[in-house]
Design a protein around this ligand. Structure first.
Ligand code: FAQ
Length: 292
């Protein structure tokens, strides 16, 4: 009897929850929510937080090697911002009933993922420019929609994060401008970095929509507002003219404006490489294994 009453209550609550989503009202920590909605958010928000923190490592590694005092100050500020983003996001995850220890444990034991992009090495100073221009550029393309995600604490964290990420993207572009308009050697260094970072950046948006197990439910729950492919396409459309201005070539022979779609056609990222990197067999891991 008690079970039936609690099932009926859950049914009513589910209707209430769906109606709230329909009205585009935020779900707040003390509101009733389906267990799977809670789990989905803990997964996504904690993985997002881990990406921000792991993302500090390749850049932090360049602070002592920045080529000028100005570049060093800017990079330190950026790395500090990323740490702050991680903290806002861990806090948002905690409002869902998980603890900082639990989510960090999931990272350390390899149960939780972080963005594949941070398993690529930053070999030259130009790579740091690419991280700002391309990696932050892709991150912000994805995160703008998350400002309207249905869970209040995540949405509010994203508003501040997006403001800071747009500074990050611009500082990266400025840094790449210096190289692209510098000496032939500097321009070649920028081109080499673009060649290495382009495809991994496109993979940051996640698998294609037909291979994305979490997307359909995420969109239904208004956690994600746009799909992986939509965001990837918008990123390509936005970035091509920026590369043209720099006089750099995007390493994709299939990249072509499609008049009918009013969008760029582009090639297929290497999804086998993506799977390997996510599984921990990326270029950084290989380097580490060789060093051991
Ligand atoms: N790397 O079904 P979907 C940044 C996993 S922040 C590794 O499409 P979903 C700041 C995915 O988790 C960058 N794994 O999943 C910065 C899932 O596995 P699971 C991070 C990936 O969640 C810049 C499986 O594949 N941004 O860069 C990746 O609907 C510069 C199936 O995928 C965010 O986290 C990947 N790239 O869509 C810091 C934004 N993609 O969990 C320093 C928030 C997918 O089922 C320097 N997150 N997977 O085991 C999101 O928007 C989504 O979670 C996606 C993935 C779009 C990342």
């Amino acid at each position: 009897m008690t079970l039936i009453i609690s099932q009926m209550e859950n049914l009513n609550m589910e209707e209430w929850f769906d109606a709230k989503l329909q009205k585009n009202e935020m779900i707040e920590p003390k509101d009733w929510m389906p267990d799977n909605y809670r789990k989905h958010l803990i997964r996504q928000i904690s993985q997002h937080a881990h990406s921000e923190i792991i993302g500090m490592l390749p850049e932090g590694n360049w602070i002592t090697r920045a080529p000028s005092l100005r570049a060093k100050i800017v990079l330190m500020a950026k790395v500090q911002d990323e740490g702050g983003h991680g903290l806002y996001l861990y806090t948002a995850a905690e409002t869902l009933g998980t603890s900082r220890e639990e989510v960090l444990d999931a990272l350390h034991t390899g149960k939780a993922k972080y963005s594949s992009i941070f398993n690529y090495p930053t070999l030259t100073w130009a790579d740091i420019g690419m991280v700002g221009w391309l990696v932050d550029g892709a991150a912000i393309m994805n995160q703008v929609m998350l400002q309207r995600t249905s869970y209040g604490p995540y949405s509010r964290a994203m508003v501040r994060i997006c403001k800071e990420e747009s500074f990050h993207q611009r500082q990266g572009y400025e840094s790449v401008c210096h190289l692209a308009f510098g000496t032939p050697e500097q321009k070649a260094m920028a081109q080499d970095a673009l060649n290495r970072w382009w495809w991994p950046t496109l993979m940051m948006f996640g698998p294609t929509d037909d291979k994305s197990p979490n997307s359909a439910q995420a969109i239904k729950w208004k956690i994600k507002r746009e799909s992986n492919d939509q965001l990837r396409q918008r990123f390509v459309n936005q970035t091509v003219s920026q590369a043209e201005y720099l006089g750099l070539t995007i390493p994709d022979p299939d990249l072509k404006w499609n008049e009918e779609r009013q969008a760029y056609d582009f090639g297929t990222p290497n999804w086998d490489e993506f799977a390997a990197v996510v599984a921990g067999n990326g270029p950084c891991n290989k380097e580490r294994l060789q060093l051991v």
